[in-house]
Design a protein around this ligand. Structure first.
Ligand SMILES: [Zn+2]
Length: 395
């Protein structure tokens, strides 16, 4: 429908999730189109004046207070001076109850939202008008991505790019102990050091990699994946010569695990590469516990996927050697609720066991090494949202 000059009201997540229909989109697993960033971007591309997302705790995977906290402060963006961007003038979220009030004010069928999750639904006008204003002040600052490479011996123009974001949250609201320093030891000092170790590993290979290996430490991930977005829009090495991206965001501190988690099940063939490398050392791949949270769209590899580069993103396994699986899940969920994005994300030599991180890095190293020597390039799988983008870019 034509939404030029209109304010669009959209539901969070995908119809398949909301309607509990496994045949619609990818069912419970969030797709690129269900991610809120996509909704704002698409509304802008369609020429809408504004876009409001209707919140719902289950579909968003977090309560409305998270939206309020995240959006109630200054936001980072890329410097867009002199660039033509298709953006809405106003974007925001409304709570479920507030959205219901909107339907009532429009004297519209209050089951409209449920209908919007069915096949064949067509958007309709609510006949309401919105006018608003807000004061905006802008400050321009600089931050840096850091890049290094080991030039390939045979196909120097073809690259494999490893990424890890170096930024964290800085100084913020004090926690209950009065600590206001957000160290980000796991997120993401751990993978920043992992990136350096991978570089050391590739440098020490007796036979030089045939393709170029790039080590990219990106900035400003925490507030919108901006460093990697900038790189994807202004690539140092052409995107259609970039064979793959392997991204790390938080390494394993649980000790050795049997499994390593692939985030974004079924997206591309890098998953199979990892599976084969894992099998060689008697390990296996497993998949994320909450595919509805859309984690594949929430770290730097996503910006590579958006321009078509097959991207692998892994997370720590939960099948810890000598423990039952529930223990691993407990550790993971405990970190998310107690330490994630909090001052307590600190290194603790009593608790952290880094042999698991080393084992995971060795796997990611082997995947990259194989890519550096192999004849073929990995591709996206049949039902991936990014397959068509890659095919177009390689034409
Ligand atoms: Zn992170």
């Amino acid at each position: 429908m034509d939404v030029k000059g209109k304010i669009v009201l959209v539901l969070v997540n995908d119809p398949g999730f909301n309607a509990h229909d496994s045949t619609l989109f990818k069912g419970k697993t969030m797709t690129y189109y269900g991610r809120w960033t996509y909704k704002f971007e698409e509304a802008g591309r369609q020429g809408a004046k504004g876009c409001l997302i209707v919140h719902n705790t289950e579909a968003a995977a977090y309560p409305f207070t998270v939206v309020q906290n995240n959006w109630n402060s200054s936001q980072l963006r890329l410097d867009n001076r002199g660039k033509k961007e298709e953006l809405c003038d106003v974007i925001g979220w409304v709570s479920g109850p507030a959205a219901k009030k909107l339907l009532e004010a429009a004297e519209t069928d209050t089951t409209l939202f449920a209908k919007a999750d069915q096949k064949g639904f067509k958007g309709q006008s609510l006949g309401l008008k919105l006018s608003t204003s807000m004061k905006v002040s802008t400050e321009y600052n600089k931050s840096y991505n850091v890049i290094g490479k080991i030039t390939g011996s045979k196909h120097a123009d073809e690259t494999i790019v490893y990424t890890a974001h170096w930024d964290h949250l800085g100084i913020g609201k004090p926690d209950e102990t009065g600590d206001s320093i957000y160290n980000g030891a796991l997120d993401n000092a751990s993978a920043t050091s992992g990136l350096l170790e991978l570089a050391r590993g590739f440098k020490s290979l007796k036979t030089k990699p045939e393709r170029t290996i790039v080590f990219l430490s990106v900035t400003a991930e925490e507030q919108g994946l901006w460093g990697s977005a900038y790189y994807a829009q202004n690539p140092v090495y052409p995107v259609n010569k970039t064979v793959a991206n392997i991204n790390m965001d938080g390494l394993n501190w649980f000790g050795k695990t049997k499994d390593i988690v692939v985030v974004g099940k079924g997206q591309n063939e890098l998953e199979d590469y990892l599976k084969e490398e894992a099998a060689k050392v008697n390990r296996e791949i497993s998949f994320e516990l909450h595919p509805e949270a859309g984690s594949y769209y929430r770290s730097d590899h996503f910006n590579f996927a958006k321009v078509g580069v097959p991207a692998l993103y892994t997370s720590s396994g939960t099948d810890i050697d000598g423990k039952d699986k529930e223990y691993g899940k407990h550790l993971k969920e405990n970190y998310t609720s107690k330490n994630y994005h909090r001052p307590s994300d600190e290194y603790d030599p009593q608790v952290w066991k880094l042999d698991g991180a080393i084992a995971d890095l060795q796997l990611l190293f082997q995947v990259g090494k194989r890519l550096a020597f192999e004849d073929k390039w990995p591709g996206w799988k049949e039902n991936s949202e990014f397959k068509a983008i890659r095919e177009k870019s390689l034409q």
